[in-house]
Design a binder for this molecule. Sequence first.
Ligand code: AHR
Length: 864
Amino acid sequence: MKNRPLLLIILYFLFFSNARIYANEPDSAYIFAYATEKNHHQNGLHFSWSIDKKTWFPIGPEFAFVKSDYSRWGTEKKMISPILHQSKDGNWHAVWTLNETDGTFAYAFSEDLVNWKPQSYPIITEGRNCLQTELSYTDGQYTISWISVDESDTAYYAVKTKDFKTYSKAKQITKSERLNQRESILVSNKQETGTIHHVPWMVIEGLEKKVALTSYRNQLFDEKTIDDPIRFADLKSLDVTLTIDIQNSKKISDKLLGIFFEDINYAADGGIYAELIRNRDFEFSSADYREWNAKTAWYVSGESSDVEFYIDTVNPIHPNNLHYAYLHLRKTEADITLVNEGWDGIVLEKGEKYDFSFFAAASTEKMKRFALIQLVGQDGKIIAEKPIKLDNEKWKKYTTVLTALDSAKDAILKIKLTEPGWYKFDMVSLFPQKTFKNRKNGLRADLAQTLADMKPQFVRFPGGCVAHGDGIGNIYHWKHTIGALEARKPQRNLWGYHQTAGLGYFEYFQFCEDIGAEPIPIVAAGVPCQNSAKHGCLIGGQQGGIPLDEMSNYIQDILDLVEWANGDPKTSKWAKMRADAGHPKPFNLKYIGVGNEDLISDVFEERFEMIFKALKEKYPEITIIGTAGPFSEGSDYVRGWEFATELDVPMLDEHYYQPPGWFIYNQDFYDRYDRNKAKVYLGEYAAHLPGRPNNIETALAEAIYLISCERNGDVVEMTSYAPLLAKEKYTQWNPDLIYFNNSEIKPTVGYYVQQLFGQNAGTEYIASYLDVETNNEKVRSRIACSVVKDAETNDIIIKLVNLLPAKTNVNINKLNPVYKEAIKIVLSGKPDGASACPVEDKVSLDEIQHLELPAYSFTVLRIK
Ligand code: AHR
């Protein structure tokens, strides 16, 4: 126990032993349950305790034992006037008001007041609010009553339930039928309103232990390198011995490192999707972003009296693509130009070819009707131009190839029109021919290559929240994203912009194949995001779910996805569509994720089970990945795992964004996992510091954690950092792995960590022991090592992280002399540094036997 602070010993007694610290505590006391108005009512359920109901002691103080999970983040997720009720079996039930508008309330259940089950929000009334809920039990039923207030009246209502799952119809009651259950007491000199309950002392002790454990953990997880000079003031250097037990190995996943692709931060349109025209479909609208409309990124130059330019929807090229540009030129000899600004300008490279296309229709009363297509630099210089003869009054697709005579970073597209008459344009498109692997409708070569360089073993798509959507109407449907571009269904991207679906399922599967990665498509589990806006659901409530009578169609869509990806074009309509798109061979889909960090509500469970059973029955060869909520602990995580175990789901998707300290002190997270339950897909994670940088501190915390995932590669099957891409100036979320603008790629230090793991993955984990010369847990936790073997090359790969401010000398035991030389790659820098790159060297075996790890570094040794 040398060097262990006294606090740890006290904590040991507090959490893990039944030994009492105080000898003379009462057998029972009172608790007071309440919520405050602070922080827009978002601070959750608090407790105070008292022996005599006169003097009250806040627990925490104001510790949140359960918080509301209803609706969006920001100023929602409110707990207003909670009522706590204990049933005869000792269990606890809480109901509370969510806001002043919705006809629903929250219900939560707990056995011990410390651990709470996922909440539910029964939809009770439409258009009337539920204020000051009360909860009571008589004759085998619970009654929840509330006050409903609007401009015209105040009325009282109640519903009955036996199980908090099904409720009777709301019935109007009289004021006198209300129980007035709330009491007002003085806590910390402030009058608070809530309910009082008589409980065994153990209950209060449990609450206090929870507070102490949380505060201990928070302190630990809050550890930041900025305090390292003080924390490690005595540490000049460290000696460690690494013993590799080459005979002792286990098989680990060969898919440990993959990528999470979501259209967030302009990752797809304006990002990796190589289309250079913004709003090519004239489908931008204020629903995407409040300042947008169908003309966004477009304008007409020339005399305004000569032209009428508006957006029309009569006879569109496809009902999924309703809006198009309509121009009417009135004057002969007018010089009118329809201009597109691209995504803040169009990048062109001298000598490169660009595929231009549009759908057009034009009046043909005169024979000679041309559209002159030009790419023009900011200085007015024409970089490329080609005329297109418009010869049809009906919609027709026209194409041409433009060759750039010069390079430009901010060119614009001009469609010059000179003849009077009317013109219609839609799906105006410009693609570099040089896309990744020269694919048509392909990906930006530089960005896609940066992803390929990570050697990811799988690609998750389309998210993230984009997969389950902001409300039922915003759920991502794979069928809307395949086939002819003009027939795809664009939609509002929940991150505040427009999604053309140009980068759809076909392009995604093609990319996976091009880089040798498994596709991991994620479909919604029949429920949208629990943080959806209210308008997203059926009638109020927040998560909602696809109506049960529509679920069979939805499930059929998921089954069709497998057919589309793997089926035989001769027998399957869906597989034929794949073949027609240019891929007759099956894509060999092996995994489908169902759900994305959902609230594990009854609504979710019912729909997930339906999808799971149907998929399993029809395609037993597909590995179905379930979901365990958005956090590494809490009600969704616990219930998510229970539920997956009940259904025997083979793999579960975990998500957590945590401070670096969490990753440092949770290296044993998966060591403790039951090997007989589902495998883990750590589908979203990242180390978050205040200000959300991606720097050496966060990157090394992630590296330390990935080392622990390699060690647990028998249970952790896959991992993917999130999010992946972010366009500068269009970023909704930080940190990300790769930042970019129209012409530059800026990989982060976190990217290099992922890349080093991807490029140096193993298939076998070899036991190794790090002998660190100190018992100081803080020091020991900052050094980590894994040794793996790659079956394909037989190389041994040693990964070492030194997250200490001092260098570490590693003595490695003698390796088999068959190994001759090694590649050493080191990524290091100051903790707040964000620009380091890995440095590679060839080293002899003798050199690596006495290795120096620089302060704050990640070292990979690839021994050949
Ligand atoms: O990675 C960004 C977002 O984080 C994802 O869309 C969502 O699943 C998570 O909350």
